[in-house]
Write a protein that binds this ligand. Structure first.
Ligand SMILES: Cc1cn([C@H]2C[C@H](O)[C@@H](COP(=O)(O)OP(=O)(O)O[C@H]3O[C@@H](C)C(=O)[C@@H](O)[C@H]3O)O2)c(=O)[nH]c1=O
Length: 181
């Protein structure tokens, strides 16, 4: 397993070591001890989530507030997404900045998104399966979000917006400025 710090503090890119043989492949999708040794961060994941989506689906940008803030370890099991993590920690030097990358079943990359970030992804292939671990339980009352096309965040989603499929809830999300005014 290789872990690289991204330019956003505490946000890590993880590349598992993949073993291939005549049967297929094997890799450790999570190893708590190695993760903690390599990042210096203690993690206690309590919930695993999985979603399936068709090409063009955009989920996000989401976070949970207060005591229900969630760190997430995200990956793609089938297909591919453009994954985006936005630093919304009020005291952070990189407040409002984001990190994005393609996560796919082919590259097996994972992103560790710490608490205090908003997260979203755009699905790049039909029948994509997205899987993630969270260190805090889902709590509907603590859900927050930012509109995906927020002007100040300026995220390049790489595909034309008119093809996006977005939930009614996500279309109504506030701007970054509204949250941080
Ligand atoms: C996130 C979540 C949703 N649900 C329910 C609520 C709702 O009826 C249904 C679908 O929920 P949503 O529309 O919020 O699903 P989705 O838009 O996929 O939400 C997810 O988006 C990505 C970007 C994230 O980062 C996640 O943390 C999560 O917020 O599933 C749970 O029961 N547990 C959960 O942990």
């Amino acid at each position: 397993m290789e872990i690289e710090q991204t330019y956003l503090n505490d946000c890590y890119l993880i590349s598992p070591r993949v073993f291939a043989d005549s049967r297929g492949t094997f890799f450790e999708s999570f190893n708590k001890k190695k993760f903690e040794e390599l990042t210096g961060h203690c993690v206690e994941f309590v919930q695993d989530n999985q979603s399936t989506s068709q090409k063009g689906v955009l989920r996000g940008l989401h976070f949970q507030m207060g005591n229900f803030a969630q760190a997430k370890l995200v990956r793609v099991i089938q297909g591919s997404v453009l994954d985006v993590a936005v630093d919304i920690r009020p005291q952070s030097e990189t407040l409002g900045q984001h990190f994005s990358l393609v996560l796919s079943a082919e590259n097996n990359k994972q992103l560790y998104i710490p608490q205090g970030f908003a997260h979203g992804f755009l699905v790049l292939e039909d029948d994509t399966i997205f899987s993630y671990k969270c260190d805090s339980y889902y709590n509907k009352a603590s859900e927050g979000g930012i509109i995906y096309n927020d002007k100040s965040l300026n995220i390049d989603w790489k595909l034309p917006e008119d093809a996006f499929v977005i939930s009614e809830k996500d279309k109504e999300l506030p701007t970054f400025e509204t949250l941080f005014k």
